[in-house]
Each structure stands twice: as structure tokens, then as C-alpha cells.
Design a protein around this ligand. Structure first.
Ligand code: GDG
Length: 468
């Protein structure tokens, strides 16, 4: 069997495991095969930069990482990946900050990654590249003579041409995506947006299965939703719900119970609108005051970015305002922490919660929605409130689906969820749980790798748009 080589910006090194927030690591950690190689950035900045490759081995997996210089880190990671691509791919053109020199840094780091990986590659390796930081990897590897199958999975949404084309140099990035053999997306709408970009910008019309040829190369765009290991997470939740953290939390609650939100502290997650909704909830439904507490865990992320610093200040303000307005001397409506908690603690907290409020403004998939469902007690399950703009909403239609921009609608959904009869809660949960159990992390990986391992025998003929 061919060896799997995974490439991503950050590598979840065995030496650093613990309370880390991030969906990509969770999705892949559950499904990597022994014998695989995982390659990426060490997370360290050093004056030597990418000159030395650091190797660690654990549980049969080899982790190979390189450092970045401070300048590369700024241009590649902070400025272009997170300051231009992330807002673009989350429909936030107002936050897009493009500078040509940052784009140069992005291309240069991808080139450095390719050069450092080259000596570690074997001729029959299957290469699987992850996420928006690494879009040019296949093109860089091809330029070095690598002929292996190379696939790419995008963990964020993809945007329609009217938004994508706002990014300067977007044509080059689209071209880079077309250097892969397989390009994967969480949902049908993201794949459709990508294919629309290809059709509009390159005049190439893919077949109904997402196949097209570009510059003599066959590309296949697939839909492959990421999942979790629901059974393992459920076990974790059962054990942790009996543990000391869950006991402390349970003892601190009133009889109305707990509502929970868990997200990286990121503007895509809709936290401002959610916190406003919590204020509306206690204003519009005063019967829940003193009864229900909302716990928001929002692990800090990308703190070097101005937009994230501004978000944090705004959230601090709303939390202060809401708690100042509604708190009683023995009850706090909104509990808010910005440090990560351990994964099993989180699982136990989900199991204790009567509702989860998962309301990103845009989200590639959102694993928290799936984890909350997996963690529930089948006899007395909690209710999931889910944004229609999370990729997860394409599958998880039995959640209470809300518009994350509408604070009153979120507040109303919280009220409906808390009042929901046991029978309806069970019906909704059973349907959701069936989906979460069958669309697993392992399946996500095997679907992708099956496409990557089996080249299409009949690549689509190029269908050029007639130019009038
Ligand atoms: C990207 C895409 C896509 C959160 N706080 C803590 C913690 N977490 C864990 C959650 C979950 C993961 O981090 C977050 O995953 P999400 O999917 O919700 O979001 P992103 O990090 O933005 O992930 C996303 C994903 O990639 C996979 O493709 O779904 O759309 O944006 O597992 O539980 N974990 C711990 N402590 C915390 O405080 N231990």
C-alpha cells in the first residue's frame, strides 16, 4: 500500500498534545494510518528558518517539521494566510488586507516547504495537502519534478467568483488549485463555487462529477464532509461527565441548567451576534433569568492580528454589559473564558448542557456541532442550535437551524430548545446521531484517499467555452 504523506501548516506534534483547539488536527488525528508521514511548520520562528528538518516519531507516525523566519511567519502566516485568504474564504471582503509582498512571502514559504519535503518523498507516496495556507504546494512540488498523486482538501468554505476574484492574484491561486489531482470540499455548495470560478475564469466546463482538464492535467473536485469519531467522543463524554470538572460545573448551576458555546475566538464564529442573542434571550424571556447559565469557551487564537484583538475587546465589552445588566448576586448569566480546556473536560461539559449554540457567520464544517451530538445522553439529549451558514447545516437538518445574524431568532431558538418535550428532543437527536456516527473522520479520510489512489481512467475532455 502506498505511504500517506500529509502536509499542513501546523503539525500537531506528539510532544505538544493537550488542550489545543483546532478542527484540522481533530479530523486527521482520528484517522492517520501508522507508517504515514506528517509534514509542516514546527510552530517555531528561528533565524535559520527552513534550513533544518526536525523529525519525531510516535505511534508509527513520522512528524517532520521546519521552522520559519520571523519575516516569513509574518508575510506567509499572519498577513497573507490569515489576513487575506481567511477573510476572503469566509465572505468577509471588508477585512481582506492584501499586500503584494505578503503574497510573495506566501509563495516563497510554499516553495521552501516543497524543497524541504522533496528528500523525504518516495516515488509511490500519496500526498495529501491541507488547507488554505498550502494552496501552491502541488505546483511547487511539480516544479521540482514530483509526479506523485497529490490531493488537496480545503477546510474552509469556498466562495463564488464574484467574491473570489476580489483577491488580487486570485487567478494564480486558482491555477495552483488546478495542479492537484483531487480537490476536496466539505459541501456541494463549496464545490459548486470552485467549479464556477474555474468555468468563469478559465472557460473550462467541468462534467457533472466535478472532472475537468486544465492545461493537459485531469482534475477531480469532490465533496467529502469531515466527521469525528463519534463513538470514542461519546465514551469520553460519559467518563468525563462523572469527573471532577463536570461535578464542579454541575454544582454551580441553577435548575434551568446550562447552555454552551465552544469556538476558537474568531470573527467567523459569530460570537458578537451570539452574545447579543444571549442578552435578547434574557430580555425577551425573563423566566429564564436566574435559571439558565450560558458558558462560552472561546480559546484565544491568532492574537497577533488586529481584527482578532478588536474582536476580543468587543466581546469583553458585551460580556460586561450583559452580566452587569442581568446578573444577580448569586447568578451570572454569561460565563466566558478565553483559554482552552482539555478535550475530555469539554466532552463532559457538552453532556451536561441542555443546549449548544453553534452560530458561525460562516464555517467550513464545524466539528463542535458534531461533538455536541455525540456527547449527549440518548435518554435525555440536549438540543443543537445551528447556523445555516455552517457546512454542518447541509447534513444536520434536524438541528434548530437559525440565521446567525438574527439575534432575536437565536434567542427564540434557545427558548424553544429549553421548552422542547423529551420525545421531540429524542427524535431530533436520534436522526442527528445517526448522521454523526456514519459520517466519521475515518470515512472522510478513506473517501478522499480512494479518490486520490485511483486515477480516473477516463478524464473528462476539455470543453472550452465558445468565445463570441
Ligand atoms: C476548521 C474549519 C472545520 C475548541 N475549543 C477547544 C477545543 N476546541 C476544538 C473543538 C473542535 C475543534 O477545536 C474546532 O473545530 P471546528 O470545526 O469547530 O473549527 P476550526 O478550528 O475553525 O476548524 C472548520 C474544521 O477545520 C475541520 O475541517 O470544521 O469549519 O474552520 O474539535 O472541540 N478543544 C479543546 N479545548 C478547547 O478549549 N481541547
Amino acid at each position: 500500500m502506498a505511504r500517506l504523506v500529509v502536509i499542513s501548516n501546523r503539525v500537531p506534534l506528539p510532544s505538544e498534545r493537550g488542550a489545543k483547539a483546532g478542527g484540522l488536527a481533530v479530523a486527521l488525528a482520528d484517522a492517520l494510518r501508522p507508517g504515514s508521514l506528517w509534514f509542516g511548520w514546527s510552530g517555531r520562528r528561528s533565524t535559520r528558518g527552513s534550513g533544518t528538518t526536525h523529525i519525531q516519531r510516535s505511534d508509527g507516525i513520522t512528524y517532520a517539521t521546519i521552522d520559519l523566519t520571523e519575516a516569513d511567519y509574518r508575510s506567509f502566516y499572519v498577513n497573507f494566510s490569515n489576513g487575506a485568504l481567511w477573510p476572503l474564504l469566509h465572505f468577509r471582503l471588508g477585512l481582506l488586507d492584501f499586500k503584494t509582498e505578503d503574497y510573495g512571502g506566501y509563495r516563497s514559504v510554499n516553495r521552501q516547504f516543497a524543497a524541504a519535503l522533496l528528500p523525504l518523498l518516495r516515488p509511490d507516496d500519496m500526498i495529501w495537502v491541507h488547507d488554505y495556507h498550502m494552496i501552491p504546494m502541488a505546483a511547487e512540488l511539480r516544479a521540482l519534478g514530483v509526479t506523485n498523486r497529490i490531493g488537496f482538501f480545503l477546510h474552509t468554505p469556498f466562495v463564488p467568483p464574484s467574491i473570489f476574484n476580489a483577491l488580487p492574484r486570485s487567478g494564480e491561486l486558482l491555477n495552483s488549485l488546478c495542479a492537484y489531482d483531487v480537490v476536496g470540499f466539505h459541501t456541494h455548495s463549496y464545490r459548486a463555487a470552485f467549479l464556477d470560478c474555474v468555468a468563469e475564469n478559465f472557460g473550462v466546463h467541468p462534467d457533472p462529477d466535478g472532472r475537468f482538464n486544465w492545461r493537459g492535467h485531469a482534475v477531480r473536485a469532490i465533496v467529502d464532509p469531515v466527521g469525528i469519531d463519534a463513538d470514542a467522543f461519546s465514551e469520553q463524554a460519559i467518563t468525563a461527565a462523572r469527573g471532577s470538572d463536570a461535578r464542579l460545573l454541575r454544582d454551580s448551576l441553577s435548575k434551568g441548567g446550562l447552555a454552551i458555546g465552544v469556538d476558537r475566538l474568531d470573527y467567523s464564529k459569530g460570537l458578537i451576534n451570539r452574545f447579543e442573542a444571549i442578552g435578547r434571550f434574557f430580555a425577551n424571556y425573563p423566566q429564564h433569568r436566574r435559571q439558565v447559565s450560558f458558558l462560552q469557551i472561546a480559546a484565544r487564537s491568532r492574537e497577533e492580528q488586529g481584527s482578532y484583538q478588536r474582536l476580543r475587546r468587543e466581546l469583553d465589552r458585551i460580556v460586561g454589559d450583559t452580566n452587569g445588566r442581568y446578573s444577580e448576586f448569586d447568578w451570572t448569566p454569561l460565563r466566558y473564558m478565553t483559554r482552552a480546556v482539555k478535550r475530555d473536560t469539554l466532552a463532559g461539559f457538552f453532556r451536561l448542557s441542555r443546549i449548544a449554540v453553534v452560530t458561525p457567520l460562516r464555517d467550513g464544517m464545524n466539528l463542535v456541532a458534531k461533538e455536541f451530538v455525540a456527547a449527549q445522553d440518548p435518554e435525555d439529549p440536549g438540543v443543537l442550535i445551528l447556523s445555516r451558514f455552517a457546512g454542518a447545516a447541509e447534513e444536520m437538518t434536524e438541528a434548530l437551524i437559525v440565521n446567525p445574524y438574527d439575534s432575536d431568532e437565536i434567542a427564540e431558538a434557545m427558548h424553544i430548545a429549553l421548552a422542547m418535550e423529551l420525545e421531540e428532543r429524542r427524535e431530533r437527536w436520534q436522526a442527528l446521531h445517526e448522521k454523526v456516527r456514519t459520517s466519521t473522520a475515518r470515512q472522510f479520510c478513506s473517501v478522499f484517499l480512494n479518490h486520490l489512489g485511483v486515477p480516473d481512467t477516463q478524464p473528462a475532455k476539455p470543453r472550452l467555452r465558445a468565445i463570441s
